[in-house]
Design a protein around this ligand. Structure first.
Ligand code: SF4
Length: 460
C-alpha cells in the first residue's frame, strides 16, 4: 500500500534536523504571508477579483491570446505558438541555431523545467546558464527545483559552500551567505556579459499591450537581457491577463502570497526588441487547453505560481519537494500532475491530509484540496485505486450497512487493545508505520448513550 510519495517522504524524514528545519522555514514564510495580507484590508476582495479575472480569461482565452499576439507583433516581437513541449524545445533551438548561439543565459522558468529545455539544449552543444541564484546552485548540483518559488529551499548553506568551492573556487569551509552570494554574483557577471542570447519566463502577458511581465527579486532577468540583442520569452497560455488594470490585482497578490513581500523587487515589462535585435515570444499549450474542457479542474489554470499552497501544506513541509513524482510539488503539483496523466502520477494524491489549508491561502481561490479529493474519487476509474484499500472499504461498507453486525464489531473492538503488538504493527499496517493506533474505548458511544438515556428517563 505504500506509495512512491510515502516511501520518498520516509527517506526525507530520516534526516530529522533537515526535516524540522524545512518545516519551520516554510512555516515562517507562511506566517509572513499571513501578516502582510492582513495589512491589506481588501485582501479577500482581491482574491475574489483575481478568481473572477482568471475565470473571465479562461473563458475568453482564444480572443485574448490573439489580441496579445497582435499587440506584441505591433511592438516588434516575433510570436510563436507551441502545441507541446517538443515544439517548444524545437522553436527555441531553431532561434538559437539561426543566430549561432553557443552561450545562453536564462532566468527562472518552470515552463522550461516542464518541457525539459536545458538538457535538450545542452545535448545540442549550447552552454545554458541559469541566472537565478537558487537555480544556479541546483544546476551546479545537477538537481531539479524542490519548490516553485524557493527552488533550493532544501539545500543548506554548508552544502552551497562545498559546491561553490568545487565549481567557483571559493575558500574551503566558508559558507557565509554574503560571501557565497558575492562569489555567485561575480561569476554570473561574466555570463551576463558574454551571453549571446537570453531567455526569461513570464509571470503575466498583458493582452491589451503585448507586454511580457517578469517578476524577480534578484534582477537577474534584467541583467541577462541587457547585453544580448537576441531575447526570448516563453509562457504557458494561461499567463494571459486582459489589461494593465487586472495586472495590478495580480501584482498586489503575487509577492505577498509568495514570500510575504509587498512587491517583488523587480517587476519588469518587456515590450520591444532591443535596437538591432530580435525579441521572440513563445506561447505554449502543452495540455493546458484540454483543461479548459474539464469543469472540475479548469480553475487550475488560475494559478499564479506563488507557492503559498506549498508553504502552508503540512505534508509538503514535512516531506519535501522531491517526495512528489511531478516536477511541481505540493497541492498545485498534485493537481497538475493528475490533470497531465492520472495513471502516471496517481501516487501523489495520497500526499494530502485534506486539511484544505491550501484552498484558504491561494490568491486565486483555487479549491486545491477539494480537487485532490475529486481526483481520489476518480482513482478507481483509471485503474489506480489501491487493491488493499478497496477490500478494506468493501468490508467496512458491509459491516456499516448492517447495524447489528456493526454494534457487535464495536463491542469486540477493545480486544485489539490487548492484541500482541506484532499482530497489529506489521507489513499489512502501513498506517501504523511511525504512528501508534489509538485505543478503542471500552464502551461504544452508542452503548453509553443508550445507558445514559435510560438512566435519564428513570430519573425524570
Ligand atoms: S495554486 Fe494558488 S497558492 Fe498554489 S501556487 Fe498556484 S496561485 Fe499559489
Amino acid at each position: 500500500m505504500s506509495t512512491k510519495h510515502s516511501k520518498a517522504a520516509e527517506k526525507f524524514l530520516k534526516n530529522k534536523a533537515q526535516a524540522q528545519w524545512h518545516n519551520e522555514t516554510l512555516w515562517m514564510v507562511r506566517e509572513k504571508r499571513d501578516k502582510i495580507s492582513k495589512e491589506v484590508p481588501e485582501w479577500e476582495q482581491l482574491r475574489h477579483k483575481s478568481q473572477d479575472i482568471k475565470r473571465y480569461t479562461n473563458s475568453h482565452l482564444a480572443e485574448l491570446l490573439v489580441q496579445f499576439e497582435e499587440n506584441a507583433t505591433k511592438n516588434g516581437a516575433i510570436v510563436h505558438w507551441a502545441k507541446d513541449d517538443e515544439e517548444y524545445r524545437e522553436i527555441v533551438y531553431k532561434i538559437l541555431k539561426n543566430h549561432k548561439v553557443e552561450r545562453f543565459i536564462k532566468s527562472k522558468s518552470m515552463l522550461s523545467e516542464e518541457c525539459g529545455l536545458n538538457p535538450f539544449l545542452i545535448e545540442k552543444g549550447i552552454d545554458v546558464v541559469e541566472s537565478d541564484l537558487g537555480e544556479r546552485i541546483l544546476q551546479f548540483m545537477d538537481l531539479p527545483p524542490s519548490h516553485i518559488v524557493l527552488p533550493a529551499i532544501h539545500i543548506k548553506r554548508e552544502q552551497v559552500g562545498e559546491v561553490f568551492e568545487e565549481k567557483l573556487g571559493t575558500e574551503k569551509g566558508n559558507s557565509d551567505p554574503t560571501y557565497l552570494t558575492h562569489a555567485a554574483r561575480k561569476s554570473l557577471r561574466d555570463n551576463f556579459l558574454h551571453a549571446q542570447a537570453a531567455m526569461t519566463g513570464c509571470n503575466f502577458a498583458v493582452a491589451s499591450t503585448g507586454d511580457v511581465v517578469v517578476c524577480t527579486n534578484e534582477g537577474n532577468a534584467d541583467m541577462g537581457t541587457s547585453c544580448p540583442t537576441l531575447n526570448i520569452a516563453a509562457l504557458g497560455l494561461e499567463k494571459i491577463v486582459p489589461n494593465l488594470e487586472s495586472l495590478g490585482v495580480f501584482t498586489r497578490l503575487l509577492a505577498r502570497s509568495a514570500t510575504g513581500q509587498p512587491i517583488t523587487t523587480y517587476t519588469s515589462h518587456y515590450r520591444n526588441p532591443r535596437q538591432g535585435g530580435e525579441y521572440h515570444i513563445i506561447i505554449v499549450d502543452n495540455g493546458r487547453s484540454e483543461l479548459l474542457a474539464d469543469a472540475d479542474h479548469v480553475d487550475l489554470l488560475n494559478c499564479l505560481r506563488c507557492g503559498a499552497c506549498m508553504n502552508t501544506c503540512p505534508v509538503y513541509r514535512r516531506s519535501g519537494g522531491y517526495s512528489y513524482t511531478y516536477f511541481i510539488p505540493g497541492p498545485i503539483g498534485v493537481n497538475l500532475s493528475m490533470a497531465k496523466d492520472p495513471r502516471k502520477y496517481s501516487d501523489n494524491v495520497s500526499a494530502c491530509s485534506l486539511c484544505l489549508s491550501c484552498s484558504q491561502v491561494c490568491p486565486s481561490r483555487i479549491d486545491l484540496g477539494e480537487q485532490i479529493y475529486k481526483w481520489r474519487q476518480k482513482l478507481d476509474s483509471v485503474g489506480k485505486a489501491s487493491k488493499e484499500k478497496k477490500v478494506i472499504s468493501g468490508g467496512l461498507k458491509f459491516v456499516i450497512e448492517r447495524p447489528k453486525l456493526f454494534n457487535f464489531a464495536l463491542k469486540c473492538a477493545p480486544i485489539v487493545n490487548v492484541t500482541p503488538r506484532f499482530m497489529k504493527y506489521n507489513g499489512l499496517n502501513d498506517w501504523g508505520k511511525g504512528r501508534e493506533l489509538p485505543e478503542f474505548a471500552k464502551e461504544s458511544f452508542n452503548t453509553m448513550w443508550k445507558k445514559n438515556k435510560i438512566q435519564g428517563e428513570v430519573k425524570r
